[in-house]
Design a protein around this ligand. Structure first.
Ligand code: GDP
Ligand code: GDP
Length: 434
């Protein structure tokens, strides 16, 4: 399970700057999708050979009594669910009463906390950092987040405290891992029960903490599947009831661990920002995707037309995904989800030989040459597979850094069409020999 590191601190201390530093290398792999609002509070990072999730708990002020916004609640929940907390403070501002109350709160959480003494630039380190020892929260790391200074060495120590990542053995018996995700009340529990209801179901609990989703192993038409239940339908009885039913951290971990994500939205309402944020996370994860518009039962015709227009407008960047209009309550079209899940899984995991990929590349280049740069033509020579779920195509050539976006899009379209990929994103990495 992807470890979670939460960034905590007053506004303006440098959390989002640090967040960007931590997730930057990772973002380079993720394609740009114009028009997609990004929730920059959750991101996957890769450093010192470790993958982890970073959560920027932006909303925290240290006076969380009477908290009413869902966002702040999610921030507190993220702290509870984090493996490690980075408490960011501002050396220029010095120690403030708010820092102290956040510190007091963190001390009650029983999490490993590291104090990031940020904005150290231009100051004498020892003097600037000294006041923060009063927090009594252990080790202090001086950083200049704007330049990334101190970040790498800090992370080396922080990540060192995480347990080794278990290399997962792909177990044939668990079959396709499906995560049903969506914002609260879209019908996840209803759909999970519906997906399981008609089949012989074997449930096993994963050992772990309250934050974990429950993995439900079952068979349908003699094929094994594992449903990652984020909705808490089959939650163990001894689990604390104070745990929120909906958790973003849990949702992101489920997405990360799934082969195929079923993104559920509520057609009786409309497509809202939170749906789009989740969609952005699914795209970033590279997982195969099936979109389901739930509560399609009993809708007025003009509302249905409105939803379809909204889909056309807002889902352009996931035009690779199948969309289904379902009623989890009545079971309408739920069976069809499986067809899309199967197809997406096979597209996402099919073996792509170097021969085949190189031939597709050569054909694409001969139909439409890459442009000239400084009087020299960009050369694309051969391609091979670099991973699956999502499929990664590694393209070797010259001057590939100068390859324009529209050409990359053309390559993506061509490969997608020729390889007959459905329901999965496809990623490209370009390697240049000059
Ligand atoms: P957040 O509200 O905690 O997320 O803070 P931001 O990351 O948005 O940073 C607030 C301001 O502090 C921005 O203007 C940053 O450019 C600036 N800042 C962040 N880190 C540093 C740093 O290490 N040194 C200096 N001088 N400024 C910084
Ligand atoms: P979750 O929070 O995403 O797990 O959502 P639930 O499964 O608890 O469903 C929230 C509400 O929507 C409940 O009252 C359900 O009965 C209702 N609901 C779920 N699916 C459907 C559906 O297909 N049609 C209608 N009309 N209501 C539904």
């Amino acid at each position: 399970m992807l470890p979670v590191i939460a960034l905590v601190g007053r506004p303006n201390v440098g959390k989002s700057t640090l967040f960007n530093q931590l997730t930057r290398s990772r973002d380079a792999l993720v394609a740009d999708f114009a028009g997609l609002t990004r929730d920059r509070k959750y991101g996957e990072a890769f450093m010192h050979n470790r993958r982890f999730m970073v959560v920027d708990t932006g909303g925290l002020s240290g006076e969380e009594e009477g908290i009413d916004s869902a966002m702040a609640e999610q921030s507190l929940l993220a702290i509870q669910e984090a493996d490690i907390v980075l408490f960011v403070v501002d050396c220029r501002a010095g120690l403030t009463p708010t820092d102290q109350s956040i510190g007091n709160y963190l001390r009650t959480q029983g999490k490993p906390v590291y104090v990031v003494a940020n904005k150290i630039d231009g100051a004498n380190h020892d003097i600037a950092v000294a006041p923060f020892y009063e927090l009594g929260l252990g080790e202090l790391f001086p950083t200049t987040a704007t330049h990334g200074r101190g970040v790498k060495s800090m992370m080396a120590e922080v990540l060192d405290t995480l347990p080794e990542e278990k290399v997962e053995e792909e177990d044939e018996a668990t079959g396709i891992k499906i995560a049903v995700v969506g914002r609260p009340n879209v019908g996840k529990s209803t759909l999970v029960n519906r997906l399981l209801g008609e089949d012989r179901v074997v449930v096993f609990d994963m050992p772990g903490t309250t934050r974990d989703s429950v993995y439900i192993n079952y068979t349908r038409h003699d094929k094994p599947y594992t449903l990652i239940d984020t909705a808490g339908v089959r939650r163990r009885k001894n689990v604390s009831l104070t745990v929120e039913k909906f958790s973003i951290v849990k949702t992101l971990q489920a997405i990360d661990d799934a082969n195929v994500v079923v993104l559920l939205m509520d057609a009786s309402e409309s497509i809202v920002d939170q749906d789009l944020h989740l969609m952005g996370q699914v795209i970033d994860s590279g997982r195969a995707l099936v979109v389901a518009l739930n509560k399609w039962d009993g809708l007025e015709e003009d509302h249905k037309a409105h939803i379809k227009r909204e889909l056309d407008r807002r889902l352009q960047f996931i035009d690779f995904a199948d969309v289904h209009f379902i009623s989890a309550l009545h079971g309408t079209n739920v069976g069809h989800l499986y067809e899309s899940i199967e197809r997406a899984y096979h597209s996402a995991t099919s073996t792509l030989s170097t021969n085949r990929l190189t031939r597709i590349l050569e054909d694409a280049v001969s139909v439409h040459q890459p442009p000239l740069v400084n009087g020299r033509r960009i050369k694309l020579r051969y391609a091979h597979a670099g991973g699956s779920n999502p499929p990664i195509v590694v393209v070797h050539g010259n001057q590939t850094d100068a390859l324009p976006k529209h050409y990359k899009r053309y390559l993506e379209k061509t490969f997608r069409r020729v390889l007959d990929l459905h329901g999965t994103p496809i990623r490209f990495e370009f390697k240049s020999s000059d």
